[in-house]
Write a protein that binds this ligand. Structure first.
Ligand code: PLP
Length: 390
């Protein structure tokens, strides 16, 4: 079997139809969308068309979409815009399980005099909404809470959260990089002010993203320059990637049903079979409110990195739950926030599927995983100790 790619929360393959749409905009139609001539103007129309398709996927209006370079830029733009628009307010509210795109930016603001509250999560990765309510203050400039977690797949009740935050008249941003294309999103039904998405998580290319900014939301650009994006983000547009993003959004809407039925079943089969065949293994996170493509499983008494290396020998791609910084294999901040015991957090593996995942690939992983874990446990002094202790 060739590569078995189960790391789609890290990045996805560019869909063939997306690439087909993009290619002519490198070679034949290379005009600047802002130019006055028809050659450039036609490119501008195609960018507009991509804006409509992106908006349609999330139930927004095209004027509410600002194209960016990635999810990280969208997150940064949203949080900085809220802070600049509310210069008297010095408090930011977020969670302990955000992606570094939000987490590290909040830390940056903390170092620059802002007060930051990181809401805790329980053992299943859930937030306490009463605690959220109590933590909002008149000094809160923005609340930024992700829609779905990239590691555990846990989905936060974002509509309820938006309601609580908006009742206090505070700006609400959600990092929906992992949610878009996996669960239905209709922004007309919510109080969300800003939402981030990223192209490379939904089968568009790397280096393109979008920020939804609800009409009427106070905004200031992060990239100050030309009049592109109606003055909301300076810089000549990454035309081919934006056009690819538009196509990817159209395809994502078509594939939503497949992700929530066939792919979800494959995920469930993988999870159930691994738990059945491998002792001392458990799922990290709330199984009931979870992305349909994601499972994070802790295999006790083994190192996640060792599992990944052995999977790699069979061409299987997955991720571990460690933050591999400065040579130490600390469990990630997400697993630590959930209080996953060290023995299990160290051996946590995330499998993330996509609409291109096939049933044979899942069977292959189910076959290969148990002997890998068994072999690694034979080498583990902790496992031997545990067996002796009974
Ligand atoms: N937010 C979440 C939840 C993510 O999973 C990621 C990427 O993994 C990002 C933000 C950053 O997106 P990008 O890689 O497009 O900057």
């Amino acid at each position: 079997m060739d590569t078995v790619y189960l790391d789609n929360n890290a990045t996805t393959k560019v869909a063939d139809k997306v690439l087909d749409e993009m290619l002519p905009y490198f070679s034949d139609y290379y005009g600047n969308p802002s130019s006055m001539h028809t050659f450039g103007g036609n490119v501008g129309k195609k960018v507009m068309n991509a804006r409509e398709k992106t908006a349609a996927l999330i139930g927004a209006s095209p004027e509410e979409i600002v194209f960016t370079s990635c999810g990280t830029e969208s997150d940064s733009t949203a949080i900085r815009a809220a802070i600049q628009s509310n210069p008297d307010k010095k408090h930011i509210l977020t969670t302990r399980v955000e992606h570094p795109a939000v987490k590290n930016l909040c830390e940056h603001f903390f170092k620059n005099g802002y007060q930051v509250t990181y809401l805790p999560v329980d053992g299943l990765g859930n937030l306490d909404l009463d605690y959220l309510r109590q933590t909002l203050t008149d000094d809160t400039a923005i609340v930024s809470i992700m829609w779905a977690n990239n590691e555990s797949g846990v989905i936060f009740p974002i509509h309820q959260i938006a309601k609580i935050v908006k009742e206090r008249g505070i700006v609400f941003h959600t990092d929906a990089v992992q949610a878009v294309g996996k669960i239905p999103i209709n922004l007309k039904e919510t109080g969300i002010d800003m939402l981030s998405l990223s192209g490379h998580k939904i089968h568009a290319s790397k280096g393109v993203g979008a920020l939804y900014v609800r009409k009427g939301t106070k905004y200031s650009p992060y990239l100050i320059g030309g009049h592109q994006e109606r003055g909301r983000r300076g810089g000549t547009e990454n035309v081919a990637s934006i056009i690819g993003l538009g196509k990817a959004c159209e395809l994502a809407a078509e594939h939503l049903d497949d992700i929530n039925t066939r792919v979800k079943k494959l995920r469930d089969k993988l999870e159930t079979e691994l738990l059945k065949r491998i002792p001392n293994a458990q799922v990290n996170g709330n199984k009931d409110a979870r992305l349909p493509n994601t499972t994070s499983i802790g295999f006790e008494y083994v190192e996640g990195e060792a599992i990944l290396l052995m999977l790699d020998q069979f061409g299987i791609c997955a991720s571990s739950g460690s933050a591999c910084t400065s040579g130490s294999l600390e469990p990630s901040h997400v697993l630590r926030a959930m209080g996953v015991p060290f023995t299990s957090a160290h051996g946590s593996i995330r499998f993330s599927l996509s609409t291109y995942t096939r049933s044979e690939e899942i069977d292959f992983v189910i076959e290969k995983m148990p002997p890998i874990i068994e072999k690694l446990r034979e080498l583990s002094p902790f496992w031997k100790e545990k067996k002796v202790a009974g």
